[in-house]
Design a protein around this ligand. Structure first.
Ligand code: 2BA
Length: 114
């Protein structure tokens, strides 16, 4: 048994949720916030049998376009600078990469519904 945690951009969340549900997987979507950009994103919890992990990863790949460069990060003159951490503003002197998903696959000791 595995728990897949996937952090995705909000714009991919609807498609990912639909595709996972269509594939017969149980999904919980949580509203989350990235620590660096302080922007909203979505975190999916997906409990699956070990042999289904690759199938889920493929759905995530398909639903969340590959990372690409997306312009500069927050700077003091941009609106999002008001919400980004000061260290993020300082660190981001160039372009940032967005897209894809940040995925963790964890072992699950027990899975029960009580
Ligand atoms: P954020 O923390 O808001 O990060 C958004 C994007 O900013 C990151 O995209 C990355 O391109 C850039 N970034 C983050 N930290 C940076 C740093 N210290 N220096 C320079 N650039 C930085 P992703 O790596 O695709 O991450 C997207 C979102 O996934 C993150 O949003 C966060 O919510 C989550 N995430 C990423 N790595 C994580 C981790 N190790 N643990 C937990 N959540 C993570």
């Amino acid at each position: 048994m595995k728990l897949i945690i996937a952090v995705v951009r909000d714009e991919y969340a609807g498609a990912l949720s639909d595709n996972l549900t269509r594939g017969g997987f149980g999904v919980t979507k949580l509203a989350s916030t990235g620590g660096f950009l302080k922007a909203g994103n979505s975190t999916f919890l997906i409990g699956v049998e070990r042999e289904k992990v690759e199938e889920v990863l493929e759905i995530i790949r398909r639903s969340c376009p590959a990372p690409k460069r997306a312009g500069r990060g927050p700077s003091p003159s941009r609106p999002e600078a008001g919400t980004a951490a000061p260290e993020a503003i300082r660190a981001l002197s160039g372009e940032i990469t967005v897209g894809g998903a940040t995925v963790f696959v964890l072992g699950v000791d027990r899975w029960l519904k009580v």
